[in-house]
Design a protein around this ligand. Structure first.
Ligand code: GLN
Length: 273
């Protein structure tokens, strides 16, 4: 892939997003996460440019500011797991090390660990970005989830502790290794394995999570954190502040987002206790 400039032709800040295997990993409308990033960028005068990557294609670390991997059924994951770990593993790890932001959801999250032993007994190789492994257990973990997560500071942009909510549906039980840091702790629901109280994983500016929904429409704080991290990668750490300083989300949209999050949390509390 040729390297696109971080600045748009019109001089606007640009964020370059790479959506891995978008035709294979996209359940629960996970693609909607890309629409949220694009819209929230546009409201701030930031061009969010999303391009997909097909199996067999490669990318160069540093050429994108944010990498996204969606969720999939076991059979969808089987089609791409080997390709992803062999073709993209070193590039994904190098990109996250040099500050590229990343979001991986459910099946995509599992494939960023060491491996996933799926419901059919197939060993799906992982990329090894996160220190975690996943094995299918008895029965699926299904329902609304709410977690408390720590979103770290990005340059001068302050850290925050925030409630994130979504919907989980996974057979996999994910165990974090000794060096892994969870994204958050479960308030209501199962999270990584239904036992540990942990949900997701975080490394530098990379986040893996089981939360679908899609995730970002009901979690605008997380969406903005990802955009801030991507801006910092594209334009230097001071640019992370742009997301809070320039333009505004239309009040009617912000109110809907608030209601969506509150409703998800209330459902998670009612369903899961
Ligand atoms: N196939 C995986 C599992 O069942 C992930 C499912 C998903 O992405 N929702 O655990």
């Amino acid at each position: 892939m040729s390297e696109p400039s971080p600045i748009s032709a019109g001089g606007r800040p640009r964020v370059r997003v790479l959506h891995l295997y978008d035709r294979y990993l996209n359940i629960y409308a996970d693609r909607g996460n890309m629409q949220v990033l694009t819209a929230r960028g546009a409201w701030r005068g930031i061009d969010v440019e999303v391009r997909g990557l097909e199996p067999g294609e490669h990318f160069t670390p540093g050429e994108h500011d944010l990498i996204y991997v969606g969720g999939g059924q076991d059979r969808d994951q089987q089609m791409i797991a080997e390709r992803m770990s062999e073709d993209l593993g070193p590039a994904i790890k190098a990109a996250v090390e040099e500050g590229t932001a990343l979001l991986a959801v459910c099946g995509g999250y599992q494939l960023l660990g060491s491996h996933y032993l799926d419901t059919t007994g197939v060993h799906q190789p992982g990329v090894g970005l996160f220190d975690l492994s996943t094995e299918a257990g008895d029965g699926r973990l299904i329902g609304n989830v709410a977690i408390e997560a720590e979103l770290p500071a990005i340059g001068a942009r302050a850290a925050s502790t925030t409630t994130i909510a979504g919907f989980e549906n996974h057979a996999g039980r994910t165990s974090l290794g000794a060096s892994a840091r969870p994204l958050g702790s479960v308030l209501h629901g199962n999270g990584n394995d239904g036992r540990s109280g942990f949900e997701g994983c975080r490394l530098h500016h990379a986040i893996g999570t089981y939360l679908h929904g899609p995730l970002l429409p009901r979690n605008p704080e997380l969406a903005d954190w990802l955009l801030a991290a991507a801006l910092a990668h594209a334009h230097g750490t001071d640019a992370a502040l742009l997301i809070d300083q320039v333009g505004t989300v239309p009040p009617a949209v912000a109110a809907l987002e608030r209601r969506a999050l509150d409703t998800s949390v209330a459902r998670a509390r009612a369903e899961r206790g």
